[in-house]
Design a protein around this ligand. Structure first.
Ligand code: GLA
Length: 734
């Protein structure tokens, strides 16, 4: 039983073999946060008093010292003086809340969250702590789920208006942890289009810090993730407390360091531009937050998040299986294509061993540029005289799978849909509608809009007999306003939009259980666990330049495994940076994710096509390991001229190591790269050289990296354990 309740001490102990999380009910009514970290076997009196210097006697009727105590669900308005998890406007205009324990439940598994994506609860146990504000009747359920096999706790809250008057949620976060000290660095991921998820680390300082967005999407600029690193934390050592949110809309992840140098870490829906009216009897479910503790540095944290993704987040046929090698026509043709061109490209791809042909933007309405036709999901017969059906049939006849790009959440002002339903987009009354990429955002809070989208998109998928879908979303929300919502509910639109998107995704993906879905938002503009619950992979970035992509994929891997990261080989000079990198480097970097191509193969010389065919055979052979192996980052592109990572099989008998140099340097010696995750007692043979190394040698001494003779040199090592007949004395060292 991972969750125990000690009635005498009024203490909840959530634990598995490696971590503990302890909550104590102070004075029987306020849930205090006592401990989160490496497992403790039991909660002794000593531990209780060491972890919390306050006794029940300190809680007198009118003087609760909550301001200086670590709490599980702090709210401003009782005795707490900082921003807490909730802020609720009562009908009388006041905000006070005094949430006190009324009951708890410990149950097997975990229920799905209403309207929201969430992790599956197989093998897990859930604690529900119910708190009540007796004056208003507001009830709060705090949900905690712990799995036996991952060091992650899922948290969320459900708020029920059990009173007789309406109440307005102005802030409803998912999780809060009050640390009794603030000696941490804060790591967050910031970026921009084509520069998504760059690592930013800084020490905590008194006051507020964190990361957040108001863009209506988890965004390219920020990520719903933050980690607190204890001093000296590295990839392999140090205690890390990380937070990630299963949500795709505006969010906040913040840390407040108070007068006593206590750190309050919180994560949830962005309170700015948000409110939600709860009529009597209504409830509101917050998104799920994942709290990960690692005693093994950032690498340990990532492997826990990766295990969460593979075991409890991604679903469907492709969640744990090989992904088809794809070619996408976007950078080969952009909008300018016809059926013959596409078929010629597909034929060439098939010969090179590519499995899936993806038709990107421009196949519908009269879309010759990005300024029309979104919403009109019918085939453009000028480009496809036999429609999607005809093209798909021909591609399938080649023995290839067929995939399609759509952007279901959008509408172009130049479209039949917009002309028929100008009020179906998000807009603020009679104000001019701000376009971005010449498009407007459909109001997914409306059921009629969602029904239209589901019908049209499913019809296109059926016509095309799709095996794969790229679901794009290319702009953020401005001019918030819905023609359907009453004035006092307009601030619900941001969250209702995301709930609407989830509803549409749920309905569509359910109708196509064998189709591989990849999400995209101008690249990696919505790369979060919410999307991952519906679609097991996401286009990591529009940036396909092997050099700068290293950073994006390296940082993305902090939370997400390679199986989730769409990564393609593209043409040189690169379309985003103009950089020329060798094919091996582009392929090595793309092998760090779900592999594919985004270029015109017909323009390549024969020797490059042969090289691509051989790369494809290699990717297929190594794919299970590359996508699902235990992932170790070895060299950070944020710290130097090299990037290196490796994947190790579950039984530690096979590994693939990838090393990429950026700029070549003159007159440098070969270097050594220390590996990780191998079995020190086993010997490994490197595929290309045939050399045999001890696992201990590879991890303690390293493998030799030749000095680069050209910029962006990539090297890959495939290691497999030698059979018992092979020499037991390692002979790799020179
Ligand atoms: C976005 C995507 C690209 C491509 C274009 C098509 O920018 O990120 O990969 O699909 O849209 O318009």
């Amino acid at each position: 039983m991972p969750i125990l309740y000690d009635e005498q001490r009024r203490c909840f102990h959530l634990s598995n073999d490696r971590i503990s999380y302890i909550i104590r009910l102070a004075a029987g009514k306020y849930p205090l946060h006592l401990y989160w970290g490496r497992r403790v076997r039991a909660v002794s009196d000593d531990l209780l008093s060491r972890l919390c210097s306050y006794t029940d006697a300190d809680f007198s009727l009118n003087e609760t010292p909550l301001d200086s105590l670590p709490q599980e669900c702090p709210v401003f308005g009782c005795a707490d003086l900082c921003e807490g998890m909730l802020h609720i406007l009562h009908a009388d205009g006041t905000h006070a809340l005094d949430l006190q324990y009324v009951s708890h439940q410990i149950t097997q598994g975990k229920k799905p969250l209403r309207g929201l994506p969430s992790a599956r609860g197989e093998h897990a146990e859930t604690l529900t702590l119910t708190l009540l504000d007796r004056v208003s009747g507001i009830e709060v359920e705090l949900l905690y789920t712990l799995w036996p096999d991952i060091d992650i706790l899922a948290r969320s809250a459900r708020i029920v208006n059990g009173g007789a008057s309406p109440a307005v949620l102005e802030r409803a976060l998912s999780a809060c942890v009050d640390f009794e000290q603030a000696d941490f660095s804060l790591l967050t991921l910031s970026g921009a289009w084509a520069r998504e998820r760059q690592i930013v680390t800084r020490p905590l300082v008194p006051g507020d810090q964190g990361t957040s967005t108001v863009r209506g999407a988890s965004s390219a600029q920020t990520s719903p993730f933050m980690a607190l690193l204890s001093p000296g934390t590295t990839e392999t050592a140090g205690e890390v407390y990380a937070f990630s949110l299963c949500y795709s809309g505006s969010f906040t992840a913040s840390v407040h360091v108070d007068q006593h140098a206590m750190a309050r870490a919180q994560i949830g829906i962005q309170p700015f531009n948000f409110s939600w009216t709860l009529m009597p009897g209504d409830s509101f479910q917050t998104p799920e937050a994942y709290l990960c503790f690692s005693a093994d540095g950032l690498g340990g944290m990532s492997r826990q998040f990766h295990a969460l993704t593979h075991r409890y987040i991604t679903t469907g046929r492709y969640a744990r299986s090989a992904r088809p090698l794809l070619i996408n026509n976007w950078e080969a043709t952009y909008f300018d294509f016809d059926e013959d061109q596409l078929l010629a490209l597909a034929r060439c791809a098939k010969e090179a061993g590519i499995d899936l042909f993806v038709l990107d933007d421009g196949w519908f309405g009269h879309r010759d540029a990005d300024n029309s036709s979104l919403g009109d999901w019918y085939d453009d017969v000028r480009k496809l005289p036999h429609g999607l059906a005809g093209l798909s049939e021909k591609i399938h006849a080649m023995g290839m799978k067929f995939g399609l790009w759509v952007e279901p959440e959008m509408v172009s002002p130049d479209s039949d849909l917009y002309r028929a339903h100008p009020d179906w987009c998000i807009h603020a009354g009679g104000r001019p509608r701000t376009e971005a990429r010449h498009q407007l955002v459909l109001d997914m809070s409306r059921e009629d809009v969602r029904d239209y989208v589901v019908t049209q998109i499913c019809a296109a998928f059926r016509r095309a007999r799709v095996d794969y879908v790229k679901w794009d979303m290319n702009r953020n929300i401005t001019m918030y306003g819905s023609a359907r919502l009453p004035a006092q509910r307009q601030q619900e639109l941001g969250h209702r939009y995301i709930l609407g998107v989830y509803d549409v995704m749920r309905r569509i993906t359910a109708q196509f259980p064998d189709v591989l879905f990849e999400s995209c938002a101008s690249g990696g503009g919505r790369f979060d666990f919410g999307m991952m619950c519906f679609m097991p992979q996401a286009w990591c970035s529009d940036n396909t330049d092997a050099h700068t992509r290293c950073r994006i994929q390296y940082a993305t891997s902090l939370v997400f495994p390679p199986s989730t990261m769409g990564a393609h080989v593209s043409a040189v000079p690169n379309h985003q940076t103009g950089r020329v990198t060798p094919l091996e480097a582009r392929a090595a970097v793309a092998m760090g994710g779900t592999y594919g191509y985004e270029l015109d193969l017909l323009k390549l010389p024969d020797d490059e096509l042969r090289q691509i065919a051989s790369l494809n055979r290699r990717v297929k052979a190594l794919q299970p390991l590359l996508l699902y192996g235990a992932f170790y980052r070895l060299k950070s592109p944020f710290e130097g001229n090299e990037t290196a990572w490796m994947s190790v099989s579950e039984d530690r008998r096979e590994a693939v190591v990838t090393h990429v140099f950026a700029q070549a340097q003159p007159n440098v010696r070969p270097s050594l790269l220390r590996l990780a995750g191998l079995d020190p007692s086993l010997d490994y043979r490197e595929e290309k050289t045939g050399r045999v190394y001890g696992g201990d040698e590879l991890m303690q001494h390293g493998i030799r990296i030749e000095k680069p003779w050209n910029d962006y040199r990539a090297q890959q090592f495939h290691l497999t354990t030698v059979s018992s007949s092979a020499p037991s004395v390692p002979s790799g060292r020179e």
